[in-house]
Design a protein around this ligand. Structure first.
Ligand SMILES: Cc1cc2nc3c(=O)[nH]c(=O)nc-3n(C[C@H](O)[C@H](O)[C@H](O)COP(=O)(O)OP(=O)(O)OC[C@H]3O[C@@H](n4cnc5c(N)ncnc54)[C@H](O)[C@@H]3O)c2cc1C
Length: 425
């Protein structure tokens, strides 16, 4: 009998647990440890920020679902991973031992790297967590009573740009519906070298399409931006040149601002030699396995992926839902191979499929296969279908988590047809 522990119960952790249960032997124990009692569907957070979703609509209680699937659930934070001892030190001082470990902790939100950034004592809002998004909605309602300039952005070192565009475009849609867009000058501040770069070196004509979209919506932008500090109502931004050297300081007034921070790995794994890189991301090989500790796997935003080409201001590569699910499937499959005395052999496909929903008929979607160029497939499209596509994705994913089924038959058929070999069981 082996104990396989998964830390984290988000977009990566829950599918990893369900997959692991599916692949494990009858006698093995699959255990999930997470510091939060519910799963929440992060891609819907921007909608929560505008009151288009209530937080409860995108949450799923974890304990009953895992009980039904005979997966042990422990609701507590892991304080430190001790990989040489195969042991987890828990927040309450107790220990949990494991035979195999899947790290799916998502990111630490590094608001603290910029003075005044973020919702915890800073002056900018966030949609990175559902609780942040709910607070952002409260602030938005107040802002709409006394509007003024708005800044949306992605900080230096950020690796997640889609949600920044999404929030920006949804703000524009919401303000137009309220007939008050004329009272809100919007500036987009980004570490990307150009609009539509997305941390991916662009996808098809994402540059042209997204620049056009921002121009149509009279949004000003600053690229190659480093946010120096945020004060109450003022953001200081250094615009850099193509070499990353300081070019121009902008002092931007704002009445509301939402900025995505850089990510790092979580404290429980930071500084462990062989397990993580200097930013705390889990080092993995092409099979999601840590080279120094072969009984540890990484899945989701917590894994280290080196940028393909450096940008003048640092940006990271995004890790999106479908790619994260492929990582979860591969990790579970490879652990089973090890349990059987074999070698891990499943290599997940890292493809990007993202939709930036505008909340109206102009949503944008991008497909990059593989995620890192050069690519076999690059598609960038705009239209109402993509808005509905995102809603269907949300309903489908939440249903999958509520029922606790690792691979519903319609997923196998659909993804199989799309050529996702790693997701087919
Ligand atoms: C606002 C936003 C919108 C996004 N929209 C999309 C989208 O539309 N499409 C798309 O494909 N991708 C999207 N992404 C990217 C990606 O899909 C999400 O970030 C996704 O949530 C990542 O999943 P994850 O499991 O790696 O991390 P998370 O979902 O963050 O889950 C991490 C889990 O680990 C737990 N945890 C962390 N540390 C500990 C600890 N020490 N002990 C115990 N538990 C711990 C957390 O509580 C959480 O449950 C979006 C990301 C953001 C931030």
């Amino acid at each position: 009998m082996a104990r396989i522990v998964i830390i984290g119960a988000g977009v990566g952790g829950v599918p990893a647990a369900l997959e692991m249960k599916h692949h494990a032997r009858k006698e093995d124990e699959v255990m999930v440890i997470s510091d939060y009692p519910t799963f929440h569907f992060t891609p819907s957070n921007p909608w929560v920020g505008f009151g288009w979703r209530k937080p409860d609509q995108i949450k799923v209680a974890l304990a009953p679902m895992f009980k039904k699937r005979k997966i042990t659930f422990v609701q507590q934070a892991v304080a430190k991973v001790h990989p040489k001892e195969n042991r987890l030190e828990m927040k309450d001082g107790t220990s949990v031992n494991y035979d195999y470990l899947i790290l799916a902790t998502g990111p630490r939100l590094a608001f603290d790297e910029i003075p005044g950034l973020g919702p915890h004592g800073g002056f900018t809002k966030s949609v990175c967590h559902v609780d942040h998004a709910a607070e952002t909605f409260e602030a938005w309602e107040k802002f709409c009573e006394a509007p003024g300039p708005m800044i949306v952005g992605a900080a230096q070192g950020a690796s997640c740009f889609g949600p920044a565009y999404e929030y920006l475009l949804q703000a524009d849609t919401d303000l137009r519906r309220r007939k008050m867009r004329d009272k809100v000058p919007i500036t987009y501040v980004t570490s990307e070298p150009y609009i539509g770069h997305l941390g991916l070196g662009g996808v098809g004509d994402s540059k042209g399409m997204m620049e056009g979209m921002l121009r149509d919506r009279t949004v000003r932008w600053i690229c190659n931006a480093k946010i120096q500090k945020v004060e109450d109502g003022k953001m200081t931004v250094m615009e850099c040149d193509e070499e990353g050297k300081d070019k121009k300081v902008h002092e931007l007034p704002f009445k509301i601002s939402m900025v995505l921070p850089a990510f790092t790995g979580v404290d429980a794994v930071r500084g462990i030699e062989g397990l993580t890189n200097p930013r705390g991301f889990i080092l993995i090989n092409d099979k999601q396995q840590n080279p120094a500790f072969p009984n540890i796997y990484g899945v989701g935003v917590c894994v280290a992926i080196a940028p393909k080409e450096p940008t003048p201001v640092p940006t990271g590569i995004p890790k999106t839902g479908i790619m994260i699910e492929a990582m979860a499937v591969a990790a579970a499959h490879n652990i089973r191979a090890q349990l059987d005395g074999g070698k891990p052999d499943k290599v997940p496909e890292w493809n990007a499929l993202c939709v930036a929903d505008t909340g109206d008929g102009n949503s944008m979607g991008f497909i990059a296969i593989p995620q890192i160029p050069p690519r076999n497939v690059t598609i960038a499209k705009k239209g109402l279908m993509l808005h509905w596509g995102k809603i269907i994705f949300e309903k489908y994913f939440l249903r999958k988590i509520r029922t606790g089924v690792a691979a519903p038959f319609y997923e196998k058929i659909g993804l199989g047809m799309m050529g996702y070999r790693t997701l087919k069981k």
